[in-house]
Design a protein around this ligand. Structure first.
Ligand SMILES: Nc1nc2c(ncn2[C@@H]2O[C@H](COP(=O)(O)OP(=O)(O)OP(=O)(O)O)[C@@H](O)[C@H]2O)c(=O)[nH]1
Ligand SMILES: [Mg+2]
Ligand SMILES: [Zn+2]
Length: 298
């Protein structure tokens, strides 16, 4: 039978198939294949026991099964560990935690590399102070669509729903940004535990510990664990500029192999000086570039 992995927890995979969730172990042979199943994977599974017939299943309405094979993925991520995402919704709160563009740009880069669409969802706008909202919009101008939402007042939620329609969308972003709160609003009920913000650190407490795929009305939604840091692995320095869509109109440089760091007649540097590329995005680029060069040396 074919199904979708909706949750992975403590060595079990929860597969939704034909209206029922099956608690599954991955088959031994398959585990040795090197590919580990991810939430969002489409799989081939075998039913071991139907719902209500196996007392060991963690809930009586669950069946028991085994995952035999992972079907081909459209994309997959290490962080968050999910597969078959159409739209990566990067959730960033204006306050508690305040945006870290350094981290967010790395998350966007990973999504860009995986080939998913990207939406920046600015959350908790009821808490916005000074010009943080303006600075966030400015940062992503020309790079990604930005939507401002508030789970508390409902502002922007209809627009968000419209953008998610027909898609498998993952909510990713810093701990405490409000991903699980948004999940609950979008699902219309409490499906995901939310947690308060650490008073001392002004950031989340890593409340969500596992990825879960929810079937909403008209779309699918992954809630994922937040992070407090993020690094991109295995990047070729030369590919990085191509993963900055806001640079694309300006990659018109004197040298074909321009690094856009200090070369003369560099279109990217010129665009930054003229305010066409955001300075913050350029700083992220340089930072990611240097890190990738260093990583390649060892
Ligand atoms: N003022 C305000 N608070 C919000 C809003 N959305 C979420 N919060 C609060 O922010 C805190 C963190 O929310 P969560 O939804 O648990 O955050 P998360 O992104 O899922 O965090 P992790 O699971 O740790 O990654 C909670 O106390 C929420 O009530 C909002 O729109 N406005
Ligand atoms: Mg959460
Ligand atoms: Zn250049």
């Amino acid at each position: 039978m074919r199904g979708t992995i909706v949750k992975a927890l403590a060595g079990f995979y929860y597969v939704y198939a034909d209206g029922t969730v099956y608690e599954c172990r991955a088959r031994g042979a398959f585990r040795n294949g090197g590919l580990s199943p991810l939430v969002g994977d489409e799989v081939e599974m075998t039913v071991v026991a139907g719902p209500g017939t196996q007392p060991s299943a963690s809930s009586p309405e669950m069946g028991v099964g085994a995952v035999d094979r992972i079907l081909e993925r459209s994309c997959s991520f290490d962080r968050p560990p999910v597969a078959n995402v159409d739209l990566m919704v990067i959730v960033v709160s204006v306050k508690d935690p305040a945006p870290s563009f350094r981290i967010l740009d790395r998350v966007a880069l990973a999504a860009e590399k995986a080939g998913t669409d990207i939406l920046i969802c600015v959350s908790k706008i009821d808490l916005a102070e000074d010009d943080i909202l303006q600075r966030t919009l400015e940062h992503y101008r020309g790079a990604y669509p930005v939507l401002t939402v508030c789970a508390k007042t409902g502002e922007g939620m209809e627009e968000l729903r419209a953008l998610l329609k027909g898609k498998k969308a993952a909510l990713a972003g810093p701990s405490g940004a409000g991903k699980s709160t948004l999940t609950n609003v979008l699902m219309g009920r409490e499906v995901s535990t939310t947690g308060d913000i650490s008073e001392k650190l002004k950031r989340g407490r890593n409340t969500t510990r596992h990825c879960e795929l929810f079937r909403a009305d008209g779309f699918f939604l992954f809630d994922t664990p937040g992070f407090t840091s993020f690094e991109n692995e295995g990047l070729d320095p030369a590919e990085i500029a191509h993963l900055f869509p806001d640079f694309a109109p300006y990659v018109d440089c004197r040298f074909d192999d321009c690094r856009h760091i200090s070369e003369p007649d560099c279109g990217v540097i010129k665009a930054v000086e003229e305010g066409k590329i955001s300075r913050g995005r350029y700083e992220s680029y340089k930072d990611i570039y240097e890190t990738a060069v260093k990583a390649g040396r060892y």
